[in-house]
Design a protein around this ligand. Structure first.
Ligand code: FES
Length: 204
């Protein structure tokens, strides 16, 4: 089954990580998080429950255009899938000195994503879209954006509005940010050029 939705998914009462994400999202958007539309896990169908508890999610990226991001839900978290352009790839180099962990030496990604692009395939970036500080959902900010929250030589990446953490286009955190580590790259593998499984890989 393919999951391409971006709608806010269901809240699991027993999932603190998820709760943080939803609350943080509400704060970031200036919208109060309320208790409405909070279903019980008991109301899930068996497949919904399996997915919520951690089942892998298959994603079709056929329609994902270069430069675009698709967000899917895995384990109650938003997972970004970005189809990088050659320009976005080129922009990953040249600012290592500004990054806290440019070589991804900390365990925030599987081994196959511990490389210059932090991805299994250079042209597709997969990351958990949750700030490693307190769990807000960062916003994509393109290179050349007039956004005053990013430096003038910004190579493109992600900005967390909650406390200002900056991440480059590979999810690598800048120096002296509230966020202590790079964004997490979840386990994933390709079933074909345009089909990805999030949540499982070939590594045992
Ligand atoms: S939650 Fe992202 S900077 Fe604090």
């Amino acid at each position: 089954m393919s999951h391409t939705h971006t709608a806010q998914p269901l809240l699991l009462p027993d999932d603190p990580e998820r709760r943080t994400w939803l609350m943080a999202t509400g704060v970031a958007a200036g919208v109060a998080a309320t208790g409405t539309a909070v279903p019980f896990v008991a109301s899930f169908t068996p497949s919904e429950r399996a997915r919520a508890m951690g089942a892998a999610v298959e994603v079709d990226i056929t329609d994902l255009a270069p430069g675009e991001m698709k967000t899917v839900e895995w384990r109650g978290k938003p997972v970004w899938i970005v189809r990088r352009t050659p320009q976005m790839l080129a922009a990953l180099g040249g600012h290592d000195a500004a990054l806290a962990d440019p070589l991804s030496s900390r365990e925030q990604q599987p081994g196959y994503a511990q490389n210059a692009t932090r991805s299994a395939r250079p042209d597709v970036f997969v990351a958990v879209g949750i700030c490693t500080h307190l769990g807000c959902s960062p916003t994509a900010v393109a290179q050349g954006s007039p956004n005053p929250s990013v430096p003038s030589d910004w190579p493109g990446g992600y900005f967390c509005p909650c406390h200002g953490s900056l991440f480059d286009g590979a999810g690598r955190v800048y120096h002296n940010m509230p966020a202590p580590t790079n964004l997490e790259v979840p386990p994933h593998r390709y079933l074909s050029d345009n089909r990805i499984i999030i949540g499982e890989d070939d590594v045992s």
